[in-house]
Design a protein around this ligand. Structure first.
Ligand code: ZN
Ligand code: ZN
Length: 417
């Protein structure tokens, strides 16, 4: 089943329309007269149209949707010449960066097949990823600096639903995935906008507590994990939405359950194991084990997808260093669903996680005004990539460590202490 074949079911429930409305009002906080760029997989066309309608109703001056086609991506891997895999549509990403510079908001719909490239040549996948990361850099820079309001929401698609619910018929799998998306994005409640305001306030309270503590480091302990992550100088915790440099408050990820900050790129030491598989650019990487020394990954292995993991780590020097550390309680509704979504937007909100690669400069005091060199002096990492992977579980303990080495329990057995 696709949502195009059964639009009446979702239209009747009104939930698809509410998701679109919440994405525009809460996720983007779209301003009257603002332009909007939507990127979406082909199977998310109906949701993209709902969002387009709500954007115009909110006063959008122009909405432009770019659709991507998983089948066309596979055709490239099967038929394109060798040199294709070092190319990316640079002109397209320059155009997107120009749109954002001109004040456009960005909305990405996630929902493509997380395992699309699992059977493809990992060297080709790595090269294509690298070329894409380079092409995306100017636009990504504007996003990580939070120059504009942006958000990501999810749309159930048949290929994704089959992966999450492999034992179900496709129609059942689609319905179950939609139910999970609606629950995680608080569309199920009578007043989703009010529910999101309350949720944002709860996360912001946690952020204020952590910012008040000024921890120098976090210490993670769990099965296969004993990792000390130093935090960047002048780091700021964030969560529950933020105000972009254009003055608009939004919720960059829907769902979101995390509070996160910028680690120091030279101060991670110890070993860490992933607690969930990672879906990276169409490949699944399972059982990641990594050892850090002085902030840098010096040993890395994976039970599955190790080639792609290595390709990712070799993207550039910053790809071996941390750009984010995030705390998520094991009681988060997404963790409690017990589902593995194979999609970072969901899975990263089910477990504490770290990200290799570029840091969010918004998680450094006055970070938006600093140059890349000034950010690096404070410990913020720079890279072409930013890849979150999950390390938390119901067995994870986390301590905050002060500058004079006093520890304080932050999480015990995966829950806030
Ligand atoms: Zn995160
Ligand atoms: Zn992240």
């Amino acid at each position: 089943m696709t949502i195009l074949e059964r639009p009446e079911t979702l239209a009747a429930s009104g939930k698809l329309d509410r998701l679109a409305e919440v994405a525009v009002r809460v996720g983007l906080g779209l301003a009257h007269g603002q332009e909007l760029v939507i990127t979406a997989p082909l199977d998310a066309l109906e949701l993209a149209r709902r969002i387009t309608e709500h954007a115009y109703r909110a006063g959008a001056s122009l909405v432009t949707t770019l659709l991507s086609d998983d089948e066309a991506t596979l055709l490239r891997f099967h038929h394109a010449p060798e040199e294709s895999f070092d190319k990316a549509a640079v002109w397209l990403h320059e155009g997107l960066a120009a749109a954002y510079r001109g004040g456009a908001a960005r909305l990405a719909i996630a929902g493509g097949n997380p395992a699309l490239l699992a059977a493809e040549d990992p060297r080709k996948v790595s090269r294509a990823n690298m070329a894409l990361s380079k092409a995306m850099r100017p636009a990504l820079e504007l996003i990580t600096r939070h120059e504009i309001n942006w958000t990501i929401v999810a749309c159930a698609t048949p290929a994704w639903a089959r992966l999450v619910f492999p034992d179900e018929a496709e129609t059942v799998a689609m319905q179950k995935l939609w139910d999970a998306i609606f629950a995680a994005t608080r569309i199920d409640v009578p007043d989703p906008v009010a529910a999101w305001r309350k949720h944002a306030a709860d996360l912001q309270q946690r952020v204020q507590f952590l910012n008040g503590r000024r921890f120098a480091a976090l210490h993670f302990r769990g099965p296969g994990t004993d990792l000390r992550v130093g935090l960047a100088d002048d780091h700021l915790w964030s969560g529950g939405g933020s105000t972009a440099r254009n003055g608009i408050f939004g919720m960059p990820n829907m769902p979101t359950e995390e509070v996160f900050t910028t680690p120091h790129k030279d101060r991670a030491d110890g070993s860490v194991k992933s607690s969930k598989p990672l879906s990276y650019q169409g490949t699944l990487i399972k059982g990641i084990a990594v050892r850090f020394e002085g902030g840098r990954v010096v040993e890395a292995s994976a039970e599955e997808g190790e080639d792609v993991l290595r390709g990712m780590l070799d993207s550039d020097d910053g790809a071996r260093r941390l750009g984010e550390v995030a705390l998520v309680p094991h009681s988060s509704p997404i963790a409690q669903s017990g589902l593995l979504f194979w999609n970072t937007l969901f899975d990263e909100n089910a477990a504490s996680h770290i990200a290799l690669g570029k840091a969010y400069s918004t998680c450094i005091r006055q970070g938006e005004t600093l140059t890349t060199d000034q950010l690096a002096e404070k410990g913020a990492n720079d890279s072409l990539i930013h890849v979150d992977w999950m390390i938390g579980s119901g067995e994870m303990d986390v301590d905050g460590v002060s500058a004079d080495n006093v520890t304080e329990a932050l999480m015990r057995q995966g829950e806030w202490a």
